[in-house]
Write a protein that binds this ligand. Structure first.
Ligand SMILES: Nc1ncnc2c1ncn2[C@@H]1O[C@H](COP(=O)(O)OP(=O)(O)OP(=O)(O)O)[C@@H](O)[C@H]1O
Ligand SMILES: CC(C)(CO)[C@@H](O)C(=O)[O-]
Ligand code: BAL
Length: 287
């Protein structure tokens, strides 16, 4: 594996491979890798000739009071994991390489990205769309791999790719979980022992949603309130987003029965915000 720090060097290394007809699979990350990230890498490797992973903690997607400074970082450990997984290129730029000047240009998907997690984190998805566009322009991948854990992120990126005719195939990879069902996430390291035990409320709430769905609860407000009541059984949990939506458009829905329904959760445990989701009424997906 080669570690590349600058845009110019990565372009120089990838362009002859592209000219020889090699396909490029790309896995963008913010590092502090876990088995969820490694699943994206495995998917990219299986379907492409060349695999590129980026590690870049993107300041544009963090609000002023968020955890940019304390976001976990361990490039040495991450490099070893990616090397062992057979990644060809690790792109690990400094902020000054990615943003030599303050960005004047913004890619925004305001309706999709301004709601749900985006309402709690104003500007977040514009920061994501902007950096992902820039990374796509640098890497020029055939396919890019994103986790379904960040469901709204994948939805925003798919729409951005469609609207701007970006020549990238977006692949969404099912959520990888720890033994008790908690979705793997770099931010799980923030949880104290007590908070980690409390965090099982997140997958448990998705199981409760399955139960309510099977029981035929069809009114959206009743369903969402039942989920909030369930979350309230865990005193450390604060629900930031509990929403039932259309899984394709993220639009609000009126009724539950008869079509697939996305349950989207953004739950705070202490100061740590945990994302998870499940699509109800659609078999074999989003697990
Ligand atoms: N448990 C998981 N299963 C599958 N993919 C995942 C999982 N967790 C993260 N990913 C995906 O990995 C990519 C990089 O995500 P990122 O580096 O932000 O990791 P993260 O664990 O989601 O971190 P954070 O704690 O900041 O949310 C994203 O496409 C994300 O959806
Ligand atoms: C896609 C991404 C790497 C953009 O910074 C980030 O939002 C993430 O890790 O999910
Ligand atoms: N959604 C993953 C990246 C972030 O939380 O900023």
């Amino acid at each position: 594996m080669e570690t590349v720090k600058t845009i110019a060097e990565l372009r120089e290394r990838l362009s002859p491979l592209r000219r020889r007809g090699k396909t490029i699979g790309f896995v963008p990350t913010m590092g502090y890798l876990h088995v969820g990230h490694m699943e994206l890498v495995a998917r990219a490797r299986a379907a492409n000739d060349v695999t590129v992973t980026s590690i870049f903690v993107n300041p544009l997607q963090f609000g002023a009071n968020e955890d940019l400074a304390k976001y976990p970082r361990d490039l040495t450990r991450d490099s070893a994991l990616l090397e062992a997984a057979g990644v060809d290129f690790l792109f690990a730029p400094e902020v000054a390489d990615m943003y030599p000047r303050p960005m004047e240009t913004v890619v925004d998907v305001p309706k999709l990205g301004g709601q749900l997690e985006g309402a709690v984190r104003p500007g977040h998805f514009a920061g994501v769309a902007t950096v992902v566009t820039k990374l796509f322009n640098i890497v020029q991948p055939d396919s890019a791999y994103f986790g379904e854990k960040d469901y709204q992120q994948v939805t925003v990126i798919r729409r951005m790719v469609e609207d701007l005719a970006q020549p990238v195939n977006v692949v969404a990879v099912p959520t990888v979980r720890e033994a008790d069902g908690l979705a793997c996430s770099s931010r799980n390291v923030y949880l104290s022992k007590e908070e980690r035990a409390a965090a099982v409320i997140v997958p448990a709430t998705l199981a409760e949603a399955e139960r309510l769905h099977a029981a035929g609860v069809d009114d959206v407000a009743t369903f969402e309130n039942a989920l909030r009541d369930f979350i309230a059984t865990e005193p450390l949990a604060v629900p930031e987003v509990v929403a039932l939506r259309d899984p394709d458009t993220l639009e609000e829905i009126r009724k539950i029965s008869g079509h697939p329904v996305l349950v989207l959760l953004y739950i705070r445990i202490g100061t740590t915000k945990l994302l998870d989701n499940r699509v109800l009424g659609r078999t074999g997906e989003n697990q």
